[in-house]
Design a protein around this ligand. Structure first.
Ligand SMILES: C[S@@+](CC[C@H](N)C(=O)[O-])C[C@H]1O[C@@H](n2cnc3c(N)ncnc32)[C@H](O)[C@@H]1O
Length: 185
């Protein structure tokens, strides 16, 4: 696991409202708004499906993706003016230390999760910053999303984040996805 990219020929599927079956705008906004106000960071934003949903609730959102083509698609989706796309790998963010209030990722943790990426996200979060990760669980049925052996479950994600120095605030496992909410310890 660790670093992956998303097949561009399937990028349109990221804009399918049927995805709210697995992660809703409401639950994501609710989790993000538990954190401090300020700059929010979307880790692996893709076409901006969730970025644009969340933008209306926050001051500023930096949308990071390693695939510049994804950011071009995000721009075609007419993002609000407080969305700032940045082409970058999560393990080397061109963002000042301690400048992000909340970082979140949707269906992307299995693609970027490495010790270097966790350390880098922690570096850019402010001392009371929050991380919200929602992803496909290895304990799911595999009815949608990546192959089960390409995923983590909530325990695996928690272990990684605790090793990286995060304090776990809340976790949940649902039929196909997990949620981890963590603070910089
Ligand atoms: C499955 S898509 C999900 C996109 C978006 N979060 C959503 O839910 O619609 C994962 C995205 O993460 C990006 N990605 C994967 N690994 C990354 C990394 N190490 N750094 C930055 N972006 C990454 C991919 O390029 C892809 O656009």
């Amino acid at each position: 696991m660790g670093f992956h990219t998303y097949p561009l020929e399937r990028a349109a599927a990221l804009d399918d409202p049927g995805r709210y079956r697995y992660c809703s705008r409401e639950e994501l906004a609710d989790a993000i708004l538990e954190g401090p106000k300020g700059t929010v960071l979307d880790l692996g934003c893709g076409t901006g499906f969730f970025t644009n949903d969340i933008a209306r609730f926050v001051d500023r959102i930096i949308a990071v993706d390693i695939q510049p083509e994804m950011l071009e698609l995000l721009l075609k989706n007419s993002p609000p003016s407080n969305v700032h796309p940045v082409a970058s790998s999560i393990d080397h963010l061109p963002i000042a230390s301690g400048s992000v209030s909340v970082a979140f990722s949707t269906m992307t943790f299995h693609e970027y999760a490495t010790p270097a990426a966790h350390a880098e996200v922690k570096r850019v979060l402010q001392p009371d910053g929050l991380l919200v990760a929602i992803d496909w669980t290895r304990d799911g049925s595999g009815e949608s999303g990546p192959a089960l052996d390409e995923r983590y479950n909530v325990k695996m994600a928690v272990d990684q984040l605790q090793t990286a120095g995060y304090h776990i605030v809340e976790t949940a496992t649902r039929p196909e996805t997990f949620v981890v909410i963590a603070r910089v310890a």
